[in-house]
Design a protein around this ligand. Structure first.
Ligand SMILES: *[C@@H]1O[C@H](CO)[C@@H](O)[C@H](O)[C@H]1NC(C)=O
Ligand SMILES: *[C@@H]1O[C@H](CO)[C@@H](O)[C@H](O)[C@H]1NC(C)=O
Length: 418
């Protein structure tokens, strides 16, 4: 009997640990100064915790291996290794050896989209600790940030506590792809993101491998739309012929207060140079629109707002429409302002309510949280962080689909509920 009980509990443990390791859940925090989102991961031996900014369009994982950092489990990837992408180049360092200083090492491009420069680092592998599990051989870039001086440095414009970037793009080196390719984890190549609107209400979540059945988010029905591949790279550095590794969707038109905005609809398609279209980015705090889309949005939004007796006030940069907060009503989805709909393939709509369209710039003023991207942006519509908060998004790279919940506030839920 005793041995049966033991066997039973062993089985239970085996089943539990299987279901725990099947997905990874990382907490997401919002930095109030930069409005960027970051998570914490453990890397190396002894384990060192890094806050890394979440960049869904980021091709790699990179962190700052400054002069005080060392790890006994770090292995630099040599230039002639099969793991070293072609055309990467080599870096060298005469010692003392440590992460960030090794000889004959495969160079890593350290990309921070908030800086007008690309930095060089080393490609290496090390152990990663996430969700109470240990993952070996995680490939990442590391750079000694103190080596760079002057205006542009690798960590520029990131939150003060963040020491690198966690990339989730459609690349071999992104975190979801590496975890799904690792033989010990067998995860589907997908991830879900739920960005919190503020830290005061709790943390958001990044689910690698999809939303676990035990999660309270599992119950939300997601509307699925195709992810579009832009055949032309939108990266700061690429090889001719590369497709973009960022996530594009096919927005057909945009509505304000139920009426279609009037602008040249070709701006919403991707042309034969890869310009135009709509992508999703966590590195932009507010959605960025081509000037001619932006100006019609502002004009029509102001008109529809005035129909609701909402009073316009002086502009607060960088916004193009600001209102007297006290003249705006409340709903369960935030301020009661005209809705903005992204009309997608098949007539499906992604509705943006007040909670995602409006920004409280001070106690008296609420502004429309979209910004002007100028007349010649590469991508016409970049959906930014503020518009993604409290929405559950699942990027499924197996079926190449994006699932979205629309505002969780409609269901009296938030990303910070978990
Ligand atoms: C870093 O750690 C490795 C392995 O523990 C050791 O061989 C190396 O000397 C250390 N490097 C420095 C600069 O302390
Ligand atoms: C670095 O590598 C080169 C070529 O592999 C070798 O000739 C050189 O001695 C190495 N330097 C150090 C400091 O290990």
């Amino acid at each position: 009997m005793a041995s049966f009980a033991t066997l039973f509990s062993l089985l239970t443990i085996a089943i539990l640990s299987f279901s725990c390791s099947s997905q990874f859940i990382l907490p997401i925090e919002k930095d109030p100064l930069t409005n960027l989102f970051y998570t914490s991961v453990g890397i190396g031996t002894p384990q060192h915790n890094f806050n890394l900014v979440i960049d869904i369009g980021g091709p790699t994982i990179w962190y700052d291996c400054n002069k005080n950092y060392n790890s006994s489990t770090y292995n630099p990837i040599s230039c002639d290794s099969k793991l070293c992408p072609k055309f990467s180049g080599c870096t060298g360092c005469s010692g003392p050896f440590k992460p960030g200083c090794s000889n004959n090492t495969c160079a890593a491009n350290i990309i921070n989209p908030l800086v007008n420069a690309i930095f060089v680092g080393d490609t290496g592998n090390d152990v990663l600790f996430i969700s109470h599990s240990k993952v070996s051989n995680l490939l990442s870039g590391c750079t000694e940030s103190e080596v760079f001086t002057g205006e542009d440095v690798p960590l520029k414009n990131l939150p003060k506590t963040s020491k690198g970037i966690l990339g989730l793009a459609r690349t071999k080196l992104s975190l979801p792809k590496q975890l799904s390719s690792s033989s010990s984890h067998k995860l589907p190549n997908k991830f879900a993101l739920c960005l919190p609107s503020s830290n005061k209400k709790g943390l958001g979540s990044l689910f690698i491998g999809g939303i676990p059945q035990q999660s309270s988010f599992f119950k939300f029905q997601l509307t699925k739309i195709p992810l579009v591949i832009n055949p032309f790279s939108t990266a700061p550095i690429f090889t001719k012929g590369d497709a973009s590794y960022e996530y594009f969707i096919d927005v057909k038109s945009i509505k304000v207060g139920g009426e279609i905005l009037n602008f040249k609809s070709s701006l919403l398609s991707i042309d034969n140079k890869g310009n135009g279209g709509t992508k999703i980015s966590t590195m932009k705090s507010f959605s960025v629109l081509h000037s001619s889309i932006y100006s019609t949005l502002v004009r029509d939004f102001v008109k529809k707002a005035s129909d609701k007796k909402i009073k316009k006030v002086a502009l607060v940069a960088p916004f193009g429409a600001c209102f007297d907060f006290s003249t705006i009503g409340r709903t369960n989805t935030g301020l009661d302002v005209p809705t903005i709909d992204l009309v997608l393939q098949g007539g499906v709509e992604w509705t943006i309510y007040g909670g995602n369209s409006m920004v409280l710039v001070n106690k008296k003023v609420a502004s429309l949280g979209f910004v002007d991207g100028g007349k010649k942006p590469t991508t016409s519509v970049v959906i930014g962080g503020h518009q993604l908060e409290d929405n559950l998004l699942e990027f499924d790279l197996v079926s190449s689909k994006l699932g979205f919940s629309s505002s969780l506030l409609l269901h009296n839920a938030r990303c910070s509920n978990s």
